[in-house]
Design a protein around this ligand. Sequence first.
Ligand code: IPE
Ligand code: IPE
Ligand code: MG
Length: 227
Amino acid sequence: MNDLKHIAIIMDGNGRWAKKQGFFKRMVGHEEGAKRVRELTIHAQNIGLKYLTLYAFSTENWKRSEEEVSFLFKLMDRYLQKELKLFLDNDIRFETIGDLNSLPKYLQKRISDTKRQTKDFKGLTQVLAVNYGSQDEIVRAVNKAVKKGTEVTVDSFNNMLDSSDFDPVDLLIRTGGDVRISNFLLWQCAYAEMFFEDTLWPEFTVDMLDKILEKFQQRERRFGGVE
Ligand code: IPE
Ligand code: IPE
Ligand code: MG
């Protein structure tokens, strides 16, 4: 059995899904995509996963229209308001990675309130990547090290990353058909098994995840060693 503590997902394809359905606005896709997050989170908790990291907004997503960006932030706020009960009832801890400073104040507050209320929970940790870019995270960590004035090791550097509390990624999934990482968890995916799925995120189901988990178990993870 391969160890499976941490799944990370690049939830891509919301805009294309909305278009495919005949909606003029991409936002409909984001709205539908948020529903999949809830289902996947419940499933992840049920299978005993420790960490589920979800790419919600990248440092590059600021390039989108102001309408879309502000919609995404309001959607995250609504999502967290609604899911608090799910977290509280199911022992789920909420965490984030990314630079929260440039987010709207109402969202910063919602995020810190949700973290505070769930911080002692021991089940699944749901990690939302918000205004997250791996390069940005690494540069912020480098600057912390420079300030300290000490040479870093792999372990000490790892401790300076936003993700310092979490185990490395075992399984990375990207939906939406593109085969790229888009600045997500470059360091943490050093030995992740990767799955790129054509399914658009709003159509991604728990059954599809289970099929990926079966394939994940068939992969031989060598971590640089030999059999
Ligand atoms: C992913 O879906 C969600 C975010 C990046 C916030 P997209 O909005 O990128 O959807 P596509 O890739 O344009 O279909
Ligand atoms: C990656 O999707 C970011 C999120 C899912 C939040 P993008 O749609 O932003 O990625 P690119 O632009 O296709 O690489
Ligand atoms: Mg996209």
